[in-house]
Design a protein around this ligand. Sequence first.
Ligand code: RAM
Length: 349
Amino acid sequence: MFSNVKRRGAAAAIVASAALVMAGCSTTVEPGSSETPNGDNGTPDANLAITFLPKNLGNAYFDTSDAGGAEAIAEFGGTYAEVGPAEASPDAQVSYINTLTQQGVGGIAISANDPEAICGALNEARDNGVKVVTFDSDTNPECRDLFINQATAEGIAQVQVDMIAEQIGGEGQIAILSATANATNQNAWIEMMKEILAADHPNIELVDVVYGDDDDQTSFDRTAALLQTYPDLKGIVSPTTVGISAAARYLSTSESKGQVAITGLGTPNQMRSYVEDGTVAAFALWNPGDLGYLAAYAAKALIEGEITGAEGDTFSAGKLGDYTVGPNGTVLLGDPYVFDANNIGDFNF
Ligand code: RAM
């Protein structure tokens, strides 16, 4: 089953680039700052000042996604900026959104910490002419113009269930170490994983779902607690790059190394040493740089009035080619990709 997943991933349209080129300028604008990131217009009158607002700063995944956004924005002559909270808490992004509205940016590309908590601020931004693109983690659809989805929730859930089932031999206790309790993306994937487990893996028991809050130390501590609470645990699935790397670090020096499987969603650079030392057999992800790049081009198309976000709208996204808006204002990047000892050397992000 696992090799099928790998073949599917390898055949997928997404080919994670061997090296992501950091392009464009990066500025950080604090809430309350009077700095205004004015757009350089690629098209007359279009305000192509686009600010990326990740769940939290200091997360390698968002460093890569936002660098992809910077690359795109540099290509089309806009102005890139990145702002964001230190902690991925539900309403931590609100003050940043409000500041960007006051500053009159043309677009916000945001990965939402909560589907609801930032809706008021985002809709106020939109009422003031700001185009809002969610990427990675969505809000409720009525709070944004478009959602750039990395892969379907079904696909992301399936690949993780397939990996853990393969790694524990199809039976035993597993736990999930997630990001924050309110994260739209992780919650959708977890619900889907539960359904797939129930339907296809009656001998795998999901004993707990715990939250490391996309904080390295919290995720590390939750891993230790899981192993202590469930002595028969056979595997952990962590659908977050922060969680899986912290869990792998814990396991790599614990007596559970090689006994308890750890898989989920990780970046190759953060997981490389744990694959090489045998702590981790395989994990999955997409190319976060491409995700940010696509989000930036989607924002540009909205700002320039080329699209409104309606189903069937098409726009071009530079090196990635043309994309069509699907149902519920969603644009799909591609399929998840599985990394293991055989291919991890090909990737650098
Ligand atoms: C973390 C974040 C992000 C998620 C990845 C897989 O970096 O929670 O939202 O998509 O993991």
